[in-house]
Write a protein that binds this ligand. Structure first.
Ligand code: SAM
Ligand code: DTB
Ligand code: SF4
Length: 345
């Protein structure tokens, strides 16, 4: 596969810094104003547009199942305000060392047996050390040999580390922008937005697929949600996988008392992600237990076509696999076996 560097399409015709997000771009980039206009559509019109886009790009209408495993839990030095794994917050999460290869392969076999398509290994690191990369590379090889797609989320990556993971057979690397650049500053101080863009660029440069999304419901405004989606959609190319997490407010984190986002606004966010990134797998990620069946059904109608599958995310809960199978069956949704053959426009 041709290695592609991630670049952002430049916004042009900018009159002032204040207007930066308001201008329509000559090169076809999404402006924040255009995305806000999508959010502001009558609900049924927005849903209709999202469904048109979804059917045109995913004629099979299938749902991808991705299973998460926390391979290294807790004790993280970062200060992400939402995260129960940050060492500085007093949460119920206990820090553990990196799992052994056998434990990871057991979990991957169980995920495969339950019908999962992708196995995603997550570590509570700011960034991996080179000796961690060697151990994770062995896990990737083992999981891939089981016939699963592989994904890892290990924090910031240097170019040589991205190369090593790619050579081990890693299909996707997850690294989220999390939110808009201006809201980001009130959520995380220990790493910058540009650091995140650099990691995504390093992943692209070695030809791996990018899994990149974020969290909504952290107290951001609609304009900030639009600015966040604009940053994702203007990555060139945009990510193949877009996890949209609904904040899980965990006791002990600074966001523990955050008021939940209006569920219809969550559905709108999914619809706008679908319209602006037509061929991406848009994944309903953290927070599905709180959403309930009806809101999830609306999200699938809005163009979501991937879920985290299995009763555990990293440290928080997720619906039981059986419950999810029942929900998908009731909605008449098929699951996919592999999206390897999908090619981005
Ligand atoms: N440490 C690595 C990193 O930060 O890139 C990988 C794991 S980190 C837990 C992956 C993502 O999980 C975060 O970027 C965030 O989007 C999501 N996340 C973490 N805690 C969450 C919460 N309480 N609610 C919703 N999403 C959360
Ligand atoms: C992503 O965007 N969401 C997943 C995955 N990528 C790694 C993680 C969700 C974590 C939710 C909080 C927890 O379980 O610790
Ligand atoms: Fe650490 Fe990742 Fe949690 Fe941030 S989101 S505190 S980097 S584990």
């Amino acid at each position: 596969m041709q290695a592609t560097q991630t670049t952002e399409k430049p916004l042009t015709q900018v009159k002032s810094q204040k207007d930066l997000h308001k201008e329509v771009d000559a090169s076809g980039a999404w402006s924040v104003a255009q995305i806000e206009a999508l959010f502001a559509l009558p609900f049924s019109e927005l849903m209709f547009k999202a469904q048109e886009t979804h059917h045109a790009n995913f004629p099979d209408g299938d749902v991808e199942l991705a299973t998460l495993l926390s391979i290294k839990t807790g004790g993280c030095p970062e200060d992400c305000s939402y995260c129960p794994q940050a060492a500085r917050y007093d949460t119920d999460v206990k820090a553990n060392k990196l799992l052994d290869l056998d434990e990871v392969l057991e979990a991957a076999k169980a995920a495969k047996a339950a019908g999962s398509n992708r196995f995603c290994m997550g570590a509570a690191w700011r960034e991996p050390k080179d000796r961690d990369i060697e151990k994770v590379a062995a896990m990737i090889k083992g999981v891939k040999a089981l016939g699963l797609e592989t994904c890892a989320t290990l924090g910031m990556l240097e170019a040589n580390q991205a190369q090593a993971l790619q050579e081990a057979g890693l299909d996707f690397y997850n690294h989220n922008l999390d939110t808009s650049e201006d809201f980001y500053r009130s959520v995380i101080s220990t790493r910058g937005y540009q650091d995140r863009l650099d990691t995504i660029s390093n992943v692209r440069a070695v030809g791996m697929s990018v899994c990149c999304g974020g969290i909504v419901g952290m107290g951001e405004s609609r304009e900030q949600r639009a600015a966040f989606l604009a940053r994702l959609a203007n990555l060139s190319p945009y990510p193949e996988s877009v996890p949209i997490n609904h904040l899980v407010p965990v006791a002990g984190t600074p966001l523990e008392n955050q008021k939940p986002l209006d569920p219809l606004e969550f559905v709108r966010t999914i619809a706008v992600a679908r319209i602006t990134m037509p061929r991406a797998r848009v994944r309903l990620s953290a927070g599905r237990q709180e959403l309930g069946r009806a809101v999830q059904a609306m999200c699938f109608q809005a163009g979501a076509n991937s879920i985290f599958y299995g009763e555990q995310l990293l440290t928080t809960g997720n619906p039981e696999a059986e419950q999810d199978r029942e929900l998908l069956a009731e909605l008449g949704l098929k699951t996919k076996q592999s999206c390897k053959a999908e090619v981005l426009v």
